[in-house]
Design a protein around this ligand. Structure first.
Ligand SMILES: NC(=O)c1ccc[n+]([C@@H]2O[C@H](COP(=O)([O-])OP(=O)(O)OC[C@H]3O[C@@H](n4cnc5c(N)ncnc54)[C@H](OP(=O)(O)O)[C@@H]3O)[C@@H](O)[C@H]2O)c1
Length: 291
């Protein structure tokens, strides 16, 4: 089967391309080759490549920028998935789409997780656009699978780990919020999970985040320990670190459907972070020093 990946230059897009290419014929297109907000471009790409499955890893993921660049965020995260849904449906093609923990309001106690059918209630415009993207796909009637994940990091593209590493290596002190709960999820692990789901021919909404729960501060602390990097790191509250977009205090996702259906490939966040550092420590330091 041939698989067409959109957002092919993003964190998940790049890892997906690398992994799925081992078993399938894969075409991964970056924004320059396939803009998911353009209907004609989508039709052209489907006509040219004739895939048997489309995976949408494209999104406007800068959560704070979505607050000010609302039109663009809506086009990419809300309308784009809808256009993909209608185009795939027309050709009888299934669509696998990625969504986010930020569709939830985070009001649950940090001891609890969100399951797939919990009521949504995004706090940020990013979360709202991603939720509308889910709705538009479901509304198009395409055969679909929507995978909600959280706090993504990987070797390709920008992320929290790279940002804090750069600051630590330049000697800057870091204050990181210690009252937002969730789980950092490795983009490679998401790719492994997607490969499993493709083989299973499942559908509907699934949660796929790393197992376990932590805060951003604890993620940074664990990361620096693993990296053996000295960092001047201290915890702070969300109130002490205001951002343009509101973020949920608890966006823990339970991988309930994956587990119940015997499909989970997800691992504890510490296990995957350790594997990531073992594989990429030198490259991360080199990149952080050069950037
Ligand atoms: N990153 C996270 O922490 C996180 C958390 C939960 C869920 N997710 C979801 O997981 C998925 C993958 O995220 P990621 O971390 O891999 O994001 P990413 O690294 O930002 O990758 C997204 C890619 O989509 C591209 N893109 C933007 N607008 C596009 C358009 N109109 N047409 C085609 N491509 C476009 C981006 O290009 P440019 O960068 O050049 O704009 C980027 O290469 C997304 O659906 C995201 O919402 C991410």
């Amino acid at each position: 089967m041939k698989i067409l990946i959109t957002g092919g230059e993003g964190q998940v897009g790049r890892d997906l391309q690398a992994l799925l290419s081992q078993d399938f014929e894969v075409v991964a297109l970056g924004k320059g080759l396939l803009d998911i907000s353009k209907e004609e471009g989508i039709a052209r790409a489907l006509q040219e490549h004739r895939p048997g499955l489309m995976v949408n890893a494209a999104a406007f993921t800068k959560v704070d920028a979505c607050e000010t660049e609302r039109d663009l965020a809506w086009k990419i995260n809300a309308e784009g998935p809808g256009l993909l849904g209608w185009a795939c449906r027309k050709r009888g093609l299934p669509l696998l789409h990625l969504s986010t923990d930020y569709v939830f309001d985070g009001a649950k106690s940090p001891l609890e997780c969100y399951v797939e059918n919990d009521p949504t209630g995004p706090l940020s415009f990013y979360g709202l656009t991603k939720l509308e993207g889910e709705r538009q796909i479901l509304g198009s009637g395409v055969e679909s699978l929507i995978l909600r994940t959280s706090w993504v990091y990987g070797i390709h593209g920008a992320n929290f780990l790279k940002a804090v590493l750069k600051r630590a290596l330049s000697g800057q002190a870091l204050r990181v919020v210690n009252d937002q709960w969730g789980a950092p999820t490795w983009s490679h692990r998401i790719a492994v999970q997607i490969r499993r789901l493709i083989r299973s021919e499942s559908g509907g909404i699934y949660h796929a985040a790393a197992e376990g729960a932590t805060t951003w501060y604890e993620v940074a602390r664990e990361f620096f320990d693993l990296m053996k990097v000295e960092a001047r790191l201290s915890p702070c509250t969300t109130a002490e670190y205001p951002t343009p977009a509101r973020r949920p205090a608890n966006s823990r996702l339970a991988n309930r459907r994956l587990i119940n259906e015997g499909l989970s490939e997800m691992r504890d966040w510490k296990e995957d972070l350790a594997a990531f550092v073992t594989q990429y420590r030198d490259r991360l330091i080199e990149e952080a020093r050069a950037s």
